[in-house]
Design a protein. Structure first.
Ligand SMILES: Cc1cc2nc3c(=O)[nH]c(=O)nc-3n(C[C@H](O)[C@H](O)[C@H](O)COP(=O)(O)OP(=O)(O)OC[C@H]3O[C@@H](n4cnc5c(N)ncnc54)[C@H](O)[C@@H]3O)c2cc1C
Length: 305
């Protein structure tokens, strides 16, 4: 039996993938979204920096997106794509974790990143609701309150300044590490930022609310919120399989139309190299969709060019 060849397969159904899908469907492209459903910000208590959507729960945002995708009859396959390869016929084959094979002419990767959450008891529990990674996303809600910054594997110097600008009451926890240079220490001191070098034992939590940080010696440092500078991992398995050019941190290198080094492969959202915002991911999805549609138009009309 001949298998359907989608114009586009989109791997990842976050803001980048969903927005690309709507632009493509409105240009009458056949689209399949393959999505595992683990959008990065699902634990957030409200989305920010997206005009008209301030404070919206990410789960509500995704539900709204699905409703709109549904009205264009865009299929969403809830699965994990585990293999992708380029075909000699200038398309791609994608295999999901249920063993199904899917074919497409163009492939958009919108797989996002996975945050590295510090292995300190309490961090995972409060991730997105007391423990945050981005001052732009969650700093406003914490302003004028005592804020902690946990930076064990990074020196935290830059983020400490950003938080101080918001709160005026910041403590940097280095958890036993000594990354700060003497001039950075002096600068933080002048800004009124306290640096605690002792090892951190755990977060103190009551009724799912952060009370503070417990140090190894048992001392409790009261805090209203905790930011972490701990990094993330790009969800790049499939990008690696396809041989896509990436930065040394794993983000795909694209041109301004989200095109990668592999012909026919596009990347949008956090998995590409740019600011990690929902609105940016959605915009990159839209840009990729326009480029893919134009690319297909060009291919289909080649003989008259
Ligand atoms: C706690 C928290 C709060 C945040 N708050 C804000 C905020 O207030 N404002 C803001 O602008 N940004 C915020 N962000 C950042 C925001 O979440 C990201 O910028 C945005 O989600 C990126 O969208 P994306 O589509 O690239 O990736 P994602 O939303 O992460 O979606 C990627 C999707 O791809 C799926 N996927 C990955 N690999 C595969 C695979 N192999 N097969 C199938 N599916 C796959 C994932 O399961 C997921 O569903 C926050 C992030 C966190 C962690």
């Amino acid at each position: 039996m001949k298998q359907d060849i989608h114009d586009v397969i989109i791997i990842g159904g976050g803001p980048a993938g969903c927005n690309a899908a709507i632009v493509l469907a409105r240009s009458r492209r056949s689209v399949l979204i393959i999505d595992e459903g683990k959008q990065r910000n699902l634990r957030s208590q409200g989305m920010h920096n997206y005009l008209t959507r301030d404070g919206v729960l990410p789960t509500d945002y995704i539900a709204m997106a699905h409703k709109e995708l549904n009205s264009y009859k865009i299929p969403i396959l809830q699965a994990r794509a585990i293999k992708a390869r380029m075909l000699a016929t200038h398309g791609f084959e994608v295999i999901d974790n249920q063993g199904n094979k899917h074919l497409c002419r163009r492939l958009l990767m919108a797989t996002g990143v996975t945050d590295k959450i510090p292995d300190i008891p309490g961090m995972k529990e409060l991730w997105g609701c007391g423990v945050y990674h981005c001052p732009f996303c969650d700093g406003w809600e914490c302003h004028k309150q005592p804020i902690g910054l946990y930076a064990r594997d990074y020196n935290g110097y830059g983020m400490a300044q950003a938080l101080q600008h918001l709160s005026g009451d910041v403590i940097l926890f280095t958890d036993g590490r000594q990354y700060l240079k003497p001039n950075q220490k002096a600068h933080l001191k002048a800004l009124g930022i306290k640096v605690v070098a002792q090892k951190v034992k755990e977060l103190a939590i009551e009724n799912k609310k952060l009370l503070g940080v417990v140090l190894e010696n048992g001392e409790l440092v009261p805090l209203a919120s905790m930011f972490v500078e701990h990094g993330h991992i790009v969800n790049d398995d499939l990008l690696k399989q396809l041989g896509c050019n990436c930065t040394n941190k794993g983000a795909a290198i694209t041109n301004r139309q989200q095109r990668t080094s592999i012909p026919g492969l596009y990347v949008a959202g956090d998995a590409a190299f740019d600011i990690h915002f929902v609105i940016v991911a959605a915009a990159e999805g839209a840009k990729a969709a326009v480029a893919i549609h134009n690319d297909l138009l060009k291919t289909d009309n080649l003989e008259y060019a």
